[in-house]
Design a protein around this ligand. Structure first.
Ligand SMILES: [Mg+2]
Length: 177
């Protein structure tokens, strides 16, 4: 892994997951997406996935094998969200541990380089993905987090890793349209 920081995403999307370009993923030969839940598909404190994200998932499922992998231990909550999106899920995943991700790769029957992990956190989603050799995509939350934790965690990451967040690896970020 020399030369590549484990905290450096392959793509930083300047917006929420609903602005992640399928083209970019297909150019990378990505066939599966591992989606974080809190502050990726759903702003912290929200109970329902917004329409834009719903629509994006509906389009994404036609192109990619989708799984939700969340560190959140609240199983009934994750299950209700996963059901609303008709997606399989893993909760209590303990990212940056690779264990849950390996299990999902097996379910998908895809190689690490064919799968992108999409999340809002460097120290869980991006780190876990890079450790396993996945394509890593950092996104912004789909709305304002009503729970302070989300804002706080990202503020700390920006403070500690400004270099990573300012300069992604060579690939253009997807701008807001
Ligand atoms: Mg998250």
């Amino acid at each position: 892994m020399a030369g590549k920081s484990l905290l450096r995403p392959d793509l930083i999307v300047a917006g929420p997951v609903s602005e992640l370009s399928f083209e970019w993923l297909k150019q990378r030969h990505v066939a599966g997406l591992i989606l974080d839940l809190d502050d990726t598909l759903l702003a912290l404190g929200e109970q329902i996935v917004n329409t834009k994200v719903m629509d994006w998932v509906a389009r994404a499922r036609l192109e990619f094998n989708l799984w939700i992998v969340s560190n959140n231990p609240n199983r009934p909550f994750i299950e209700s969200i996963a059901l609303s999106l008709s997606l399989p899920y893993v909760n209590r995943a303990a990212k940056p541990s690779r264990r849950a991700l390996r299990r999902v790769l097996e379910e998908m029957q895809l190689l690490p380089e064919q799968v992108a992990i999409v999340g809002d956190r460097l120290l869980t989603d991006v780190l876990a993905g890079n450790r396993l050799g996945l394509v890593t995509v950092l996104v912004e939350p789909p709305g304002p987090s009503r729970i302070l934790r989300g804002r706080l965690l990202r503020a700390v990451e920006r403070l500690v890793f400004p270099d990573v967040l300012i300069r992604p690896t060579g690939n253009p970020s997807v701008g807001r349209s």
